[in-house]
Structure formats: C-alpha cells, structure tokens
Design a protein around this ligand. Structure first.
Ligand code: RIB
Ligand code: CA
Length: 336
C-alpha cells in the first residue's frame, strides 16, 4: 500500500476496528509495569465488553522481572480482575544486558500507587509458553498483542514457534521515535533500546504492526488538571492513577520542561477503544542493531523516500483532550 494520507489510513483502521466491535477483542498485554503500563492495564481491564484480556505477560524493562510481575499482579488485584492470569517472562534482553529505568519509575516501578504486595502469585509457566499456547489454541478470532515494554517475550515466541504468526491479528506497540528522537539516547526510545534485536525480529516479521512512538506520547501529557480528574473520581482506582502519575511525571517535567509527563502506554489501549483519537500513516520502519551510536533507533520512513515496504502503521499525532476524556470515562468503570 502506498503512503496513504493520514486520514485514509486511520479510516481503514477504524473500519476494521468497528467490525471487531461486535464482541470483545481478545488481547494479550505484554508489559513492564511501570506506572504508565499500569494505567494501560487498568484501561483494558475496565472495558470487558470491548476488550478480553486473555493474559498479561511480564517482561524485564522499567524494573527487573520480579518487580514487573509483582506490579502487574497488584494492578489486576486493584481492578478486582484476578481472573486474568499474569505470567513471568524473559528476565533479560535477547542479546544485550538489561537496562532498567528506576530513575523514571522509582525503585519499585510503581512508586506513587499506594498499593501493597499482591495476594496472588504469578501463574505457572513461562510467559513465552503462554503466548505460544494461547495463540495456537483454536479460536474464531485472531489475538491482538499489546506490547508495552521491550519486545523480548514477543520476539522469543515468534522465533520459538513461527506458526503463531497466523493467529496474530496485529501487534500494537508503544515504542520508538520519529521527529521526537529518543528518550534514552538521542535516537533510541527505551522499549526499543533495551532489546533492539527483539525489535528487529518483530519489525521484520511481516505481521500487521501498529506503533505509538514518542511523537504521539509526548503530546499526551499528564497536566495537573488531568491528574486531578482521576483523583476526582474518588475511587481507589482513580486515586491510584493520580498517585502514580503524580510521581511518574517528575522526571520528564524536569528533563523536557513540559507541563506534565508523557502518558505512553495507555495510547496502545486507546487505539483499540477509539482509533479516531490518533492520526498516522503506513510507513517502513527498520531498527538499528549494528551501530552503538544509534543502537535501537527506529528508522521510520515517514516521507516515503525509500522503496522499503510499508510494514507498520505509525501514529504521529493524538487528540490529547479526547484521549484523556476516554481514559477518565473508562477508569471510572473501576468503581472499587
Ligand atoms: O519510553 C517509554 C516506554 O518505556 C514506556 O512503555 C515505559 O513504560 C517504558 O517501558
Ligand atoms: Ca512500558
């Protein structure tokens, strides 16, 4: 498909999403909670009539794996959705050493949440095995993968069992940067930087890919008014979101001088609920895996200057007011 204009591409996506609106869309959330991951998980769990969360697979990223597992368990418990299994996945990237981000998310990865230790343990079995088994199981709907962290689990599953590709509707990811550059190095965004080899496998898979880069998430800022809107819900969920965002924003506010922190990962779930809050276009995206200078950079051919295939729907803009209105409206469904 040529580089269709933004509007025509987003309308294509809207039509496909509307088709799936007749019944909940089955998804797997792969994640490294992280406050923004936590809000994304809450958003998905708040909308069971539109989204069926088959399972949550934790990966090492923002904090080490034991903490990403624990944080995911705490969030499903807060949402009273302990029916959704949480699996422990890969504890390090495929090739490179693990890089974490406590400088953003705090020592626990969920600083500000006010949550204690979860009562439940992770489900038995490795996350990669859960992904493979779930995708190969007979079902009349393909499964959407929502990737909120480094792509280690997803790439490992694709390498171990290529047959799962036929069962994947699309992979919707937060990662990378276009004109916004990177947030770890000048060129690389954290999720891609941590495991560039895994990202290269995913972007070379030929699967339907959807990307929310920093160009989108840096326009979705947690201003004081937006944080207050969550607190005004007066629910444990609303207070948890407000507390987490109040902690999470300080790094980016100081670094960028912005009016709030970028609410990265919930944009992935918002795409499933209402893609009209986003605009983007089909592009070619390649991942730098050779040069240390640009390691993990997403090379996005936004202006279609190469003849490389358009392998990804890349979003470049978001209606932030509509996004936050959707978030508050849905988090309000979590009344406990
Ligand atoms: O660069 C932002 C991304 O890295 C977000 O997904 C955040 O949670 C971290 O995983
Ligand atoms: Ca994340």
């Amino acid at each position: 498909m040529s580089n269709a204009s933004d509007d025509s591409v987003s309308k294509i996506r809207v039509s496909s999403n509307r088709l799936s609106k007749s019944r909940p869309r089955p998804i797997i959330i792969d994640t490294d909670p992280g406050q923004d991951d936590a809000v994304a998980i809450m958003l998905a769990l708040a909308c069971p009539e539109e989204i069926e969360v088959l399972g949550i697979t934790a990966v090492a990223g923002n904090v080490p794996l034991p903490l990403t597992v624990k944080n995911a368990l705490s969030i499903v418990q807060l949402c009273q959705r302990t029916d959704v299994p949480v699996f422990a996945g890969c504890d390090r990237p495929m090739v490179r050493p693990l890089v974490t981000a406590e400088y953003v998310h705090g020592a626990t990865g969920l600083n500000g949440s006010g949550l204690g230790d979860p009562a439940q343990e992770a489900a038995d079995g490795h996350a990669v095995d859960f992904i493979i088994t779930t995708l190969l199981a007979e079902r009349d709907q393909k499964v959407t993968i929502c990737a909120l962290g480094p792509l280690t689990n997803i790439a490992t599953a694709l390498e171990r069992e290529p047959a799962i590709a036929a069962q994947i509707e699309e992979i919707v990811m937060m990662g990378g940067g276009l004109f916004e550059g990177g947030n770890v190095t000048p060129g690389a965004e954290f999720n891609i930087y941590v495991d560039p080899q895994a990202a290269a496998i995913v972007f070379g898979s030929g699967l339907a890919l959807v990307l929310m880069p920093l160009d989108v998430t840096h326009k979705a800022l947690t201003t004081p008014e937006r944080i207050e809107a969550f607190r005004a819900l007066g629910s444990p969920a609303g207070n948890c979101v407000a507390g987490m965002l109040g902690f999470f924003e300080r790094f980016d506010v100081e670094k960028y001088g912005s009016v709030g922190g970028p609410l990265h990962d919930p944009t992935v779930i918002a795409y499933l609920l209402d893609p009209n809050v986003l605009t983007g276009r089909l592009c070619n995206v390649e991942i730098e895996t050779e040069s240390e200078l640009t390691m993990g950079t997403t090379v996005i051919d936004w202006w279609n200057v190469t003849d490389r295939p358009n392998n990804c729907l890349v979003f470049g803009d978001i209606d932030a007011e509509a996004f936050f209105a959707l978030l508050v409206e849905r988090i309000a469904f979590l009344t406990h």
